[in-house]
Write a protein that binds this ligand. Structure first.
Ligand code: HPA
Length: 286
């Protein structure tokens, strides 16, 4: 690893990509990142080839419960794809470049489309626990504080110094996902909105939750945004999906308290619908 222990060289990304291409007969164009409690998606793949992260050169390890820590190649919705079963979070203590390491590896492997999933707290009053939110846009709160994975010298072989983010989430993919939701009869619990990333791991205070609502966030979580920024930098098309696992508390004196068990429990209840939706969407991608 290069300077400061938190930057990778182009050659390191390339070594990992070449290793995976050499060890796997499947060379997909679609990658899926499974969020908290949503790793079951990877189990749906047929003809699977599995690589625990420990086996893959330079790959970080996953430490949080609800995340398995392996790369699964196979077929979903009739398309070849690769799933990250377990992602890396900033709150685990990883430098932001480690969190996003797999994205550039995917790019060098020929991945063109990225599907990101996460568990998130609902801020929008209209949202219910168990809703599925298609991400229209994001607020990169750690980025405001200098934790953007693109900070530092720019590697032109991946993308430009100042990448545009006004079209971070692909509108065509989102429309395709709406079509999937209609076909599956999921309209009643499918929403669209803005995802805000906080570093975590502590949940929001009431004052913070109120602030996020005023800023225009519909859902809040602790992941996804760094990966999306890096994916857009190297030209991947992105579709993002948040499972609303809890309502964020915005009233003092409320008996509700955010907790990881509730997040995992809701994920369990809605995981199957979310997986079916992603599978249907992947089937529509060309
Ligand atoms: N806040 C932040 N992250 C989360 C939440 C939440 O309420 N729920 C799931 N991830």
């Amino acid at each position: 690893m290069a300077s400061g222990g938190c930057r990778y060289t182009y050659d390191e990304y390339k070594e990992t990509a070449d290793w995976l291409l050499a060890h796997c007969r499947i060379h997909p164009k679609i990658a899926v990142i499974c969020g908290s409690g949503l790793g079951g998606l990877a189990e749906l793949l047929s003809d699977r080839i599995v690589f625990p992260y420990q086996q893959i050169p330079h790959f970080p390890q996953s430490t949080v419960s609800g995340h398995a820590g392996r790369l699964v190649f196979g077929e979903l919705g009739g398309k070849q794809c690769v799933c990250m079963q377990g992602r890396f979070h900033f709150y685990e203590g990883y430098p932001i470049n480690k969190v996003t390491f797999p994205i550039r590896v995917f790019h060098l492997m020929g991945i063109e489309a990225l599907i990101v999933t996460n568990a998130a707290g609902g801020l929008n009053e209209q949202f219910n626990v168990g809703d599925i939110m298609f991400i229209r846009d994001h607020i990169n709160m750690p980025g405001f504080g200098g934790q953007n994975p693109l900070c530092g010298s720019n590697e032109e072989r991946f993308g430009p110094r100042f990448p545009c983010m006004s079209d971070a989430y692909d509108g065509t993919f989102r429309q395709m996902a709406v079509n999937s939701a209609v076909e599956l009869g999921y309209q009643d619990f499918v929403r669209e909105g803005v995802y805000c990333m906080l570093a975590g791991p502590s949940y929001e205070t009431i004052a913070e939750s109120r602030m996020l609502k005023i800023l225009g966030a519909d859902a809040v979580g602790m992941s996804t945004v760094p990966e999306v920024v890096l994916a857009r930098h190297c030209g991947m098309r992105v579709f993002g999906i948040s499972l609303i696992t809890n309502k964020v508390v915005t009233e003092y004196g409320s008996p509700e308290k955010a907790n990881h068990e509730e997040v995992l429990q809701t994920a369990k209840v809605r995981a199957e619908a979310l997986q079916t939706l992603v599978s249907n969407l992947v089937g529509r991608m060309d």
